[in-house]
Design a protein around this ligand. Sequence first.
Ligand SMILES: NC(=O)C1=CN([C@@H]2O[C@H](COP(=O)(O)OP(=O)(O)OC[C@H]3O[C@@H](n4cnc5c(N)ncnc54)[C@H](O)[C@@H]3O)[C@@H](O)[C@H]2O)[C@@H](O)CC1
Ligand SMILES: Nc1ncnc2c1ncn2[C@@H]1O[C@H](COP(=O)(O)OP(=O)(O)O)[C@@H](O)[C@H]1O
Ligand SMILES: [Mg+2]
Length: 282
Amino acid sequence: MTEITEAILKKVITKRSSDTHKGDYGRILLIGGSENYGGAIIMSTSGAVNSGAGLTAVATHPVNLTALHARLPEAMFIDWRDAKLANLIKNMDVVVCGPGLGMSDLAKQIMVILRRCTSEKQTVVLDASALDLISEDKSLLPTNAGHLILTPHQMEWQRLSQIRIPFQTDSANIDALNQLIPDSNAMLVLKSNHTHIYDGKGQVFVNPLGNPGMATGGMGDTLAGIIGGFVAQFGPSVDTVLAAVYIHSLAGDLINKDNYVVKPTEVSKVLPKLMKKYSELS
Ligand SMILES: NC(=O)C1=CN([C@@H]2O[C@H](COP(=O)(O)OP(=O)(O)OC[C@H]3O[C@@H](n4cnc5c(N)ncnc54)[C@H](O)[C@@H]3O)[C@@H](O)[C@H]2O)[C@@H](O)CC1
Ligand SMILES: Nc1ncnc2c1ncn2[C@@H]1O[C@H](COP(=O)(O)OP(=O)(O)O)[C@@H](O)[C@H]1O
Ligand SMILES: [Mg+2]
């Protein structure tokens, strides 16, 4: 097992060259946010925008539109019932699906559309309700995506893998990931107080950072958005995912130095400054 270090940020976060535009930093779509969980998709979108995705769109319940635009006018919006969702998915580099998605029939239908519309060139990040829906019906896995990144917490992984939390050892998790998604480019980010990342090829990485102040609803939604934002601009490598996990916890630790509680929205806020610092060290 390899511990992630600060060096990953210097490696992954590069300086932007002058001759670039938003099209060079990836198109990302975030799908989630039911009537009750609008905050989840807003926090996830904040992670994506603040970590530098070039173009960000959100498919959510329309009740979330005003709040979304009040917080993040950078994000485009589509009603998740809109028939244009299928084409939008096809035009994305990265899709993050699940934060606040819920377990409704509509949520299932959206997962079916996602599966049908994703292709080899795309990365799909699956979090929260998307993982719970897949636990109930494995055929919802969007296996056509070139890269799949699963970001369960331990309870979601228990539902998905059938491995109870105390038995979630690295070797059991590697086997379960291979069984769930054989012969594919799937990575597993298994979130806990020391998140483990499995690259799908047998390597395991551990995140040494993070703190209990981060045990606040929305922290994982934010991470899913950051992973999406990083993949959109730096590409779908294992290093990119490691850097996203590391910077999320580094931000949390910085805030925790003088705050008992670490708010997910504050984590997103400090990202642009942190990324600037590491881009200059690259
Ligand atoms: N503001 C919002 O709208 C929020 C919406 N959320 C959404 O709510 C839905 C349900 O997600 P939840 O995660 O709350 O529900 P779950 O029922 O999947 O998991 C929560 C429970 O799992 C247990 N657990 C065990 N180990 C854990 C670990 N390492 N990390 C976290 N939990 C662990 C805890 O008892 C915890 O209460 C998702 O769609 C999610 O995106 C949450 O993300 C919270 C914030
Ligand atoms: N005690 C802790 N120490 C370190 N990191 C933590 C701790 N508690 C939570 N986190 C981090 O916060 C995030 C929580 O994710 P998740 O449970 O999916 O949150 P939510 O669904 O509410 O957004 C994970 O990245 C996890 O590693
Ligand atoms: Mg979560």
